[in-house]
Design a protein around this ligand. Sequence first.
Ligand code: KIV
Length: 279
Amino acid sequence: MQKRKTVLDILTMKKAGEKITMLTAYDAAMSALLASADVDVLLVGDSLGMVVLGYDSTVPVTMDEMIHHASAVRRGAPGAFVVGDMPFGSYQTGIRDAIINGGRFLKEAGCDAVKLEGGLEVCDVVTALVQAGVSVMGHIGLTPQTATQLGGYKVQGRDVESAKKMVVEAQALEKAGVFAIVMECIPDELGRIISEEIAIPTIGIGAGVHCDGQVLVTHDLLGMFEKFIPGFVKSYCKLAPIIKEAVADYSREVRNGEFPDKEHSFSSQSNLRELLGLS
Ligand code: KIV
């Protein structure tokens, strides 16, 4: 089993110039595979809603759904550093709700930290969570929970004013106490500048190579999710056609009586019918 990383280990990786790898996980089988492939951080993202639960956005995802899946991820990878994504509505309603819900990720699901989206408007909540003992990862740039307010799923921080705002947000989140910040869908030069301006690690998704780490949705990396593939995604293999072919082979063999064959069946006495007293 891998030695479970701590927040301090993640912070030290930036200082040492070591890149951080983070991937999403939603179940025990996948988290076990990812952990054995030495991924530094497993994120139980609220992308769960679109990737696994079939919602059109991340907005409908509930705390109970997140806890259910985060617990499975923890069971599959007891030695992994696991971050639970706080779903829409679980921290916007006030500090008390944020602490109750953030605490659930630690107490019920065994997570090491939580992630939440937003800039200046969430700094109070971040500080309160950290003071309550919940480590927090920030998330700026394209924030899917509020994508409609940002004009949809598009690159953020392209003009000087919004780029400046993002630098200020990253600095404010660092001051508020986050231990790392996800930066989604921003120009690579802005990714570089923010990574240089703050001492905590930046983890990019569509934010260029200069971030201190990278995150992808695992189903995108594996080519399993064909509905929508953002431009920043690199699929390292294409599992969707392989899965479809294997399933079609299975169905064909079942239908024509090829499966199960002798190798996949259990034998018994050849005169079983007689032994059972059946004619
Ligand atoms: O929910 C998620 O998977 C995320 C990542 C895309 C960073 O927030």
